[in-house]
Design a protein around this ligand. Structure first.
Ligand code: CP3
Length: 346
């Protein structure tokens, strides 16, 4: 069966431009908060395929998006590489023993052994696949992983960071060690995404949320080239599965973008007309509404109309330019989705 979102990723004509939102399953939905409270914690939810399935489906029913994204987190990968992950309420993710040197690197579990430990994710995908088939509403399932650079920043800093000073110190003082960390993470991520596809994911997206922490002249070496290694592996082993890359905020890199993938995610700080000019012929573009526009229905409509005007009949998928924030009213998210579907209807 042809799914509108998969068709759009492949650049085929669709009856309207499909829409989904990064972080669409999450705390802005009271229904999500209830399930999370029932299971006790965010990580319990990631480890519980039945409940993870339930929250993946919520935005389909409540908000009306055209694709489902697997409920999990980019940090389950380093967790299964042997780095103990905790989520501290109000503070975010923490790793108690971040990577500082070669000895710490040696401790990491890598390759197939780490990828196999993520079996609860594959189980969630299998349950979702069954559920989506039963519903028969042509909704595609997106699998995902973090980009090696973004995931490595958490492994090196031990938590989120404003300055990324430990990770960036490695760029300039210990580049070989950083390359080894990135390669180990890449090796697990290739297998992890391939296993997600084997379990039933229709499309995969790689999130490079902290791309903009790297200066443009170093971006290819320390991040993009690893994302392309993963995309190449997916294209070789699953040629029919679309790959979306989302490097947040690297406008200066845009004219130099290369690689075998299908969809380029345009973040909110990048001018969509600029992205279209440089990439629109080679890739389907996804994005790029500033997520805070969602606080105002009027501003949301204005932006959706503007993006539609820029993209016209060019290949495009509506999305936010980064994740939806927890205090956005649900009705505004519904409004965004309806407006995207309305303005692009053929
Ligand atoms: O998009 C979806 O709906 C699917 C689920 C998803 C989550 N995280 C669930 C989540 C996805 C795709 C992610 C990706 C992710 N995780 C990224 C890349 C995307 C982005 O937004 O840039 C990053 C950097 C992370 C790491 C992460 N996970 C952080 C920094 C935090 C804490 C910050 C926060 O928003 O609270 C998380 C926790 C997290 N991941 C939550 C959810 C729903 C909130 C947990 C909760 O309290 O319920």
């Amino acid at each position: 069966m042809s799914k509108i979102f998969v068709d759009a990723c492949k650049g085929k004509a669709t009856p309207y431009t499909p829409v989904w939102m990064m972080r669409q399953a999450g705390r802005y939905l009271p229904e999500y908060k209830k399930v999370r409270a029932d299971v006790g914690s965010f990580l319990n939810l990631c480890h519980n395929p039945q409940k993870a399935k339930e929250v993946t489906i919520q935005p389909l029913d409540i908000v009306g998006v055209d694709a489902a994204i697997l409920f999990s987190d980019i940090l389950v990968v380093p967790n299964e590489m042997g780095m103990k992950l905790r989520f501290v309420e109000g503070e975010g993710p923490k790793f108690d023993n971040p990577i500082k040197d070669q000895d710490d690197l040696q401790r990491l579990i890598t390759g197939k052994e780490a990828a196999d430990k993520l079996s609860y994710v594959y189980e969630t995908i299998k349950l979702l696949k069954k559920e989506l088939e039963k519903r028969d509403d042509d909704i595609a399932l997106i699998g995902f992983a973090g980009a090696p650079w973004t995931v490595s920043t958490y492994m090196i800093e031990g938590q989120g960071s404003k300055t990324y000073n430990l990770s960036k110190k490695m760029i300039y003082k210990k580049p070989k060690l950083l390359h080894k960390i990135l390669q180990k993470t890449t090796d697990v991520t290739k297998l992890y995404l391939s296993n997600q596809i084997k379990a039933g994911a229709d499309v995969v997206q790689i999130f490079d949320s902290w791309a903009s922490a790297i200066e443009p002249s170093k971006y290819d070496e320390f991040s993009w080239s690893y994302m392309i290694q993963i995309a190449d592996y997916i294209k070789e082993n699953h040629p029919d599965t679309p790959v979306i890359l989302f490097p947040k905020s690297v406008p200066l890199f845009i004219p130099k973008v290369y690689g075998n993938f299908d969809v380029f995610g345009v973040d909110w700080s990048t001018n969509m007309a600029y992205a279209k000019k440089h990439l629109g012929d080679r890739y389907v573009l996804q994005g790029n509404m500033e997520p805070c526009r969602l606080y105002s229905k009027k501003q949301t409509t204005k932006c959706v109309e503007k993006i539609q005007k820029i993209m016209g009949s060019s290949r495009h998928i509506f999305n936010l330019g980064h994740g939806i924030l927890p205090d956005v009213p649900v009705e505004n998210a519904i409004h965004f989705v309806k407006e995207c579907q309305r303005v692009s209807k053929k």
